[in-house]
Design a protein around this ligand. Structure first.
Ligand SMILES: Nc1ncnc2c1ncn2[C@@H]1O[C@H](COP(=O)(O)OP(=O)(O)OP(=O)(O)O)[C@@H](O)[C@H]1O
Ligand code: SF4
Ligand SMILES: [Mg+2]
Length: 372
């Protein structure tokens, strides 16, 4: 059956609720970089947002934080926070007050987010003094401690360093320390581990999971790395060309990916001992102004049908049948947070009768491609 796009989460569990959010660089919602996005984030979870480059992941996070890049416009929709209210309705002053203190962000480009003329120690201590009201000596002690927790080598020495004196991975860790130091309850982490080698990445991910346990930190994790997603997220949203196309608990997504795009992303992963190079997805994410009508993924989809080119597919609730995604029995109701849903006509095709067969298996992918 077709799901409503506006089903609310259980009242006591949701922290962030995004509804029909559109953000673009001109007035056309259809061509908006983020287009009618619905997203629910549960308290204390790690929700991973994945998708190829240019899908709108960073723009989504920046909009939640009220930091639209120059030229970007909010074209519609809402961002509701359970305690802070409607975030996009707040004044600039109110937004500045919650930013950092309640909701912090690890920006994708740490070099441009850190102030180049201030030492990283000064920047982290400023956060601690401003948002936590600490004395200078206590702020210094805690800044060193945060740098140690994000696996910064020689943290006391690094406190005096300016951003240009740090490697990309060290800048990323300084940014993370600064974001965590204010004690936010929601962290928007945009590719927080891309510049880190695998051992440091593992330490940083462990730290985030520890903080979730210790402090109930909720995390929106943006990444193109499906290994990171598998390692530390609870639920996953797959984004394509400005909109979500699949949403599921992490195990379900990896066991029974439904949308051909998600299957393509998973087929792009290299496998030890696999037969030949990983398959990829042919073609590229279209620019917002060049999206085709109907399903935006149609030009790249090996299972495209005539109707796909006519209208956007609706959300369809799914369940696992013999390990494969299948339309959900109308009598079964997955909890809001356990639901698996996808926007693809393959499942609607199979949906009308109970006891129906699972949709066709995915066809072969045409050309090798990459995730980024
Ligand atoms: N300042 C801008 N002016 C015009 N278009 C922009 C601007 N910033 C982003 N866009 C467009 O918005 C879309 C979404 O960009 P966004 O940075 O959110 O992608 P992303 O999913 O974070 O990609 P990546 O994985 O490369 O970080 C892209 O098509 C991009 O070209
Ligand atoms: S709706 Fe059609 S084109 Fe789009 S992903 Fe599904 S099968 Fe492919
Ligand atoms: Mg980005």
């Amino acid at each position: 059956m077709i799901a409503e796009t506006t089903i609310p989460g259980p009242e006591d569990e949701w922290l962030l609720r995004v509804r029909q959010l559109s953000v673009g660089f001109d007035d056309d919602v259809e061509q908006a970089a983020v287009r009618r996005l619905d997203l629910d984030i549960r308290r204390g979870e790690v929700f991973a947002l994945v998708g190829e480059s240019g899908c709108g992941k960073s723009l989504t996070a920046l909009t939640i934080l009220g930091l639209l890049p120059p030229g970007a416009r909010h074209l519609g929709g809402t961002v509701e926070h359970a305690e802070l209210g409607s975030l996009l309705q707040l004044s600039q002053r109110q937004q500045r007050a919650f930013r950092g203190k309640h909701i912090a962000m690890v920006f994708q480009e740490p070099a441009s987010a850190l102030n180049p003329v201030l030492s990283i120690g000064f920047q982290i201590m400023e956060v601690l003094r401003l948002h936590r009201g600490l004395s200078r000596s206590e702020a210094r002690r805690q800044a060193i401690d945060w740098l140690r927790r994000v696996a910064m080598p020689d943290p006391e020495e690094r406190l005096r360093a300016y951003p240009h004196q740090l490697s990309g991975g060290q800048q990323q860790r300084a940014m993370l320390a600064m974001a965590l130091a204010s004690g936010p309850h929601l962290l928007l982490a945009d590719e927080p581990t891309t510049a880190l080698d695998v051992t440091v990445q593992a330490q940083v991910l462990d730290l985030l999971l520890d903080l979730r346990q210790e402090l109930g930190l909720t995390i929106l994790l943006i990444t193109h790395d499906l290994g990171v997603v598998a390692q530390c997220s609870d639920r996953v949203g797959v984004m394509y060309a400005g909109a979500l196309v699949e949403e599921a608990p992490v195990e379900r997504l990896f066991e029974s990916p439904a949308h051909p795009y998600t299957r393509g992303l998973l087929a792009s992963l290299p496998r030890l001992g696999g037969d030949g190079p990983p398959q990829g997805i042919p073609g590229q994410v279209p620019d917002p102004g060049e999206r085709p009508p109907g399903c935006v993924f149609a030009p790249r989809c090996s299972q495209v049908m005539p109707r796909c080119r006519v209208a956007d597919p609706p959300w369809i609730e799914l369940s696992a049948a013999d390990g494969a995604a299948a339309p959900q029995d109308p009598a079964a109701q997955a909890s809001h947070w356990d639901r698996h849903r996808s926007r693809c006509y393959l499942y609607e095709e199979a949906a009308p009768r109970r006891g129906r067969a699972a949709p066709r298996e995915p066809g072969p992918l045409k050309d090798p491609g990459t995730l980024r």
